[in-house]
Write a protein that binds this ligand. Sequence first.
Ligand code: BGC
Length: 785
Amino acid sequence: MQETRIQIEPLSSICVQKDDIEARCYNIDFANIPEVWQMPLQPAMQPKKLSRIALAIATFTLFLASAAAQSGKAHPWMNTSLSPDERASMVVKEMTLDEKISLLHGTGMRGLSPMSPLAIQANGGAGYVVGIQRLGIPGIQMSDAAYGVRSSGENGRYSTALPSDVAGAASWDLDAAYEYGALIGRELRAQGFNMSLGGGTNLTREPRNGRTFEYLGEDPILAGKMVGSVMKGLQAQHVLGDIKHYALNDQESGRNAVNITIDKRAARESDLLAFEIGLQETEIAGVMCSYNRVNGDYACENKYLLTDLLKKDWNFKGFVLSDWGGTHSSEKASAAGLDHEEPGEIFYGDELKKAVESGKVPVAEIDDHVHRILRAMFATGVIDDPPQKSVVDVMGGFEVAQKIAEQSTVLLKNEHSQLPLDASKIHSIAVIGPHADVGMISGGGSAQVDPPGGNAIMPPGKGQTRWLEKIWFPTSPLKSIRAKAPGANVQFNSGADPAAAAALAKSADVAVVFAYQWESEGMDLDSLSLPENQDELIAKVAAANPHTVVVLESGTAVTMPWVDQVSAILEAWYAGSRGSDAVANILFGDVNPSAKLPMTFPKSIADLPHTTVVQPPKESVPNYMQRDVWKQIATGLAPFPVTYNEGVKVGYKWYDAENKPVLFPFGYGLSYTTYTYSNLKVTAGKEPLVTFTVTNTGNRAGAEVAEVYASLPAAAAEPPKRLVGWSKVKLNAGESKEVSVKVDQKYLSIFNVEQNGWQLLPGDYGFMVGGSSQNLPLKTSVSLK
Ligand code: BGC
């Protein structure tokens, strides 16, 4: 591709022309030249001198051309009564090869690829794809948006932090998931983005994975349904959605090199099923392939994953984009089904063009990649209704974040009804824990949302968010608790000195310890223990005060050597912008908890399927200190093996099958009221219908996640049970409701590798219903064929 940078004297502006695709001039502040401009120019990019008059003429001509092009007549694909496929095909027919190639890659990112000067039009997001002005196709502005829009700090904007994704899954509430996505979609648009890079769908099979907080738990049906709802809400705002990291990207250690070995049946029944269900729930624009290798091939050039499964079996109509630096070839990747390289154009720029010109990559293959991108843009509405920058609805965001936090905080223990606290009877409360006076912790990495005012534990004005630093949101447990108990003496101790904290706890009616465990992309946890000596702190406080409540701020399971010593435990996860108010509402009973664990909390890491996270050898780790680190990643780091020999036994299925007692099981969570289950009936059929009654037997209103599990005939050789459906039921005190859950036949099937399809084995199926995977009072069995 011919790319020309034109330099004008004096050095105050630069014009860039990339073939006939786009030509723009920019005013540059040369006192602050970004590093991108300091990279050596390719020969084709050497500055040329042009007279101002020639430039003015060129600019005016371009303006006229683009004005003409913008009229409906010139762009028949702007007819919204045509289908997205028809519209995309019409555009593809008009495109030059250069224009096609330009849609198939991003414009670069420092560290991960060379930068194109065109990146200057990016909106401060993780990715930018140049649009085709001539044809009225806008650029794609991508932002990470796992639990809110990323990088708002460095862009001088504001974003709401929702509770982390794993928290969202703990709500088991599909409407809440829709709201989750809708809020992210609205804030992306307000900030000028038209594509989200959220939608983490990997199963939390390895709880020490530093990105567990970005995912939706350990069950494929829960994760798939929840991500489907998040994407429905997001794409309804006319933003391209994406789900990631496809697939089996379950550890950060050596993520660019690791080769995951897993058998087909286990893969299809676990992680891949979560993606399959998510994609079935709604038409999602993008699937981001992951960094790792799967059964020998990189995920982003894995024909089985990208073409055979995703595009053929699942009939995925959107486009596959690589994780940032996850592309490793042009020909092989293109043939395998990778549609788009991010963040730059190492393989999908000139190299891909040359491969097309020499006949190594058929034009039809390129057309398919382009068609998929355009189709997704038409289908999602980003062309018909492009984002308009506006002011984010901060107050509206707070409301949604708080509501979801209230629905996702899990009550794990409540001995002698310690909770809710009665503010009218309590005279003194000790609030204990690192930074519980100022804030609550958030999840890091590319998911990081920036708190307003910066990191709450830094001095004012010094609160930038930095990679691999713990970021605390200014949502203060101490303030929220004081507001709930205005008549009580509420004192704070950081817990740095456990003895001093215990002395304060001893003097108070109740002690509430806020304990944290931090996670981020780019790291894994060594263990599931709380850091900073917090286990000792909790044990000492609990020994000093029998009314000790622990509030956990974690992104994954934690081990609790003090579990029997404390009277109540709340799992608040990374609770988002309004976390402390949500927690206080639960502590004082304004909200009745209704969340359930989306992942098992084991007793010890010795009980996990893998006792350690396999660490990469030196040659499998990129050296980020080197300027050309991207070359090492792109050309490939030495593979090292991780074998998922647990097979289909992922999450609770492992503990069930191996008879390992757990600390808190999958699907578990208490309420301030109680529920009973009765009248189970299962009507056999193509989609068996499970009907039962749930009664609220306590004296306050609540919402119960009623869970349905099934056991398969012995011939299936499956773990003892699997989740096949659920319903979150709202019940007033004393109220009963009949609940019906229709079970998709696939959820009762095994994956038959020889037949390459789902198979329902004829035989007796057990159906079990109740409030957690280990509390299933209703049981029956039916014969299915
Ligand atoms: C992460 C992705 C993210 C991308 C862009 C990668 O390092 O794995 O999840 O979307 O960066 O920031």
